[in-house]
Every structure is written in structure tokens, then in C-alpha cells.
Design a protein around this ligand. Sequence first.
Ligand SMILES: [Fe+2]
Ligand SMILES: [Fe+2]
Length: 250
Amino acid sequence: MTKITFPTDEHHPYADMRAIELAQKITEVFNPDVRIAGSDGIDFYSISSFNKDPNHFKYGGLQREITEWQDTQRAWMDATPNADVYFLIGNHEDRLKRYLWKNPELYGLEVLELENLLDFEGLGIQMADKKGLEVVFHDKLVVKHGNIVRKWSGYTARAELEKETYDISTLSGHTHRGGQVFQKTRHGVVSGVEGFCLCDIEPTYISNPNWQQGLVLATVNDNAVQFELIPFYQKGQRKAAIWRGQEYTA
Ligand SMILES: [Fe+2]
Ligand SMILES: [Fe+2]
């Protein structure tokens, strides 16, 4: 049996620290064997190809993005003392590679490789697979950041399942929405899940996006996958969630 926590899409420095703290409180009780890191953990706004707000650089730029993510990883380590940590390269972490491809004179510098720049070794993190794109558990569940975005909650989960030809259950991030769908197949029921987000859901650069904060936990064995989808809600100034008959706040 493998217990997995999937805190996705933190987007430092646009993370919601209260939402992350709430996800950590629940995860600590869950005591997972596996934690997923990356998956748009860092926004890499500083090196994106879009026009940039100069204030971002006044307040620390790329170093701030990385430091805030690393500090949060240390808090995650405390919340998951027994977990192996697998890193998924989201499209935002992929901005580093695209930046280096545009500035090839820096390409190949070891210090600029994602693993070294973010200090995987010091943070006890390993790349999910050789491309950093997915990790499979018990041949029953594939966890990935994903690259499909459909309009409504659950539609992307359906599309990710379809992409896997309904062969395996899927858990993905990227959409900043929660959702779950089921499909009966000739070899049992498979399920597709979208994993919410832990970033600020009222960002200045987009008007009222249909994003939802929350956390997904998964328990997998050789026969089945059990998902727990935990949407967060606002409780005064705090974030809250109900999980296994108890309310948690941060
Ligand atoms: Fe994202
Ligand atoms: Fe993404």
C-alpha cells in the first residue's frame, strides 16, 4: 500500500501560504509514503517570455521565487518525515529550460540545472522519472503535472484518462481545479482526478478565474486507488477544510 500527497501548483511567489499550511496540517496526519514536489511549485515569472512588472525584480526577482519555494519545501519535509519526494516538472519549471535554450551560451552550466539550482540533494528530492514528467504507482496510478486544460472541473480529468486509453487511473495538476471522473473498463474501474491548486486564486493578472484550492490524497495498492479530494474554503481570514470528520484551519 502506498499513501501519496499531491500538493500541486503553489506558484511561488504567488503561493497562498495559508492554503499551503492547511495542506501541510492535513498531510501531517495522513503521514504519506510519497510526496509530490514541483508541478508548478515555482512560477519562474522572472524568466518567462512575457512582459514583466519591474516591481517583481525590486522585491527579489528569481532569487526570491527560489528561496520562498525552498523554505516551503523545508516545511513540507517537516510535515512528511516518512515520505519519498518525487519532483514533477510543470510547464512553469520548464521555463528554466526554455530560457536556457534562448540563451544557449549558458546552456550546460551545472549550477543552472534544475536539480542543482533548487538544491534537490539538500531537500531530499528526486526527479520523478528521467524526464521529470510522471511517476507510476502499483501499475494502477500515474501522477503527472499534465498539459491539458479543458473548460470545466472534471473535463481535464476525463481527457487525461482518455489520453491513457483508460488503462490506468490518473492524478494531474495544471488546471488549478479539483475534479474526479470514473470509467468502467474491461479490467475494472479507473478514475481521473484533477488536483486543485495552492496558489493565490485572485491574482492581479487574470479576472475571477474558476480556480479552486485544495489537496488530493491517494492510497494505492495492487488492486485499487482510493482518492480523497479535499476542497478548501474561506473561514473569516483563515482557510479551512473538512477531512475525515474533522475541520482543519490555517
Ligand atoms: Fe499551474
Ligand atoms: Fe501548469
